[in-house]
Design a protein around this ligand. Structure first.
Ligand code: SF4
Ligand code: SF4
Length: 255
């Protein structure tokens, strides 16, 4: 199909779990690569050395401020990509990288890591550690519709992507209490600790396997809520979009 979009995977500092999740889409990934997107960049997936122009950059990991090459790479990514997606918790919120204090054996000078939104504008955030294969696939397909679809398809894609675009704009209102009301008090918390890892001001500690928030420290950034696997996932919305490949095949067949 000639009218494909171009997608790149830009790997900053992370554990590669998001890339594994992307690859885990199996048939979904092949379908995307066959019909909707050309992979034009990816350190482990494509033999391309310089970051090229692309429609969508899926950025995994946070940025080490002491690594000037990484800082340049993320700025170049912003210049070259129409849509920058923060893929996963580290790119979106720093996540476990927030705990880095330097002294690692190979590169002891690397002591501070930030989510990519602290250095560049981000268009879409997919929180999660790692995001599900289904989420990644859907975002790529929806971005395809946003860039190449009819007016109706663009409207559908904008509706699907809006919550993740809102996350990228940041929050000044969502506090730990939202997590308390919607997840912990509902008995939905499974004690994974993702909320504590995501909190940039260490307002959350895990006590007896459950998160405890210090409200006087909370800066209302919403990171804990977005990272919690029991809060952000709207199962009803996912079900609505689950037959997504059929939807697109049908839509594109009418072109
Ligand atoms: S500061 Fe911490 S507790 Fe408050 S909303 Fe952000 S992540 Fe949650
Ligand atoms: S991220 Fe959600 S499920 Fe995990 S410990 Fe925090 S509140 Fe519980």
């Amino acid at each position: 199909m000639a009218n494909k979009i171009t997608v790149g995977h830009v790997h900053m500092s992370g554990c590669t779990g998001c890339l594994v999740s992307l690859a885990d889409t199996y048939e979904g990934l092949f379908k995307i690569l066959d019909d909707y997107a050309d992979l034009v960049y990816g350190l482990t997936l494509a033999d391309v050395r310089k970051i090229p122009e692309m429609d969508i950059a899926l950025v995994e990991g946070g940025v080490c401020l002491q690594d000037h090459e990484s800082v340049e790479d993320i700025k170049t990514t912003r210049q070259k990509a129409k849509i920058v997606v923060a893929l996963g918790g580290c790119a979106s919120y720093g996540n476990i990288l927030r705990f880095a204090r330097g002294g690692q054996q190979n590169q002891p000078q690397h002591e501070s890591y930030v989510p990519i939104g602290e250095l560049i504008d981000v268009d879409v955030m997919i929180p999660g550690c790692a995001p599900t294969p289904q989420q990644i696939r859907n975002v790529v397909v929806m971005a395809y519709l946003l860039l190449k679809g009819t007016d109706d398809q663009k409207a559908l894609a904008a509706k699907y992507l809006k919550p993740m675009m809102d996350l990228a704009k940041g929050s000044k209102e969502a506090c730990f209490c939202d997590l308390m009301y919607d997840v912990i008090n509902q008995g939905l918390c499974m004690g994974c600790g993702s909320c504590a890892a995501a909190c940039p001001v260490r307002a959350i500690t895990m006590e007896f396997g459950k998160p405890n928030g210090q409200r006087d420290l909370c800066i209302k950034c919403g990171a804990c809520y977005a990272q919690c696997p029991r809060s952000f996932l709207d199962a009803a919305l996912l079900e609505q979009y689950e037959p997504i490949t059929e939807l697109i095949q049908g839509a594109m067949a009418t072109k």
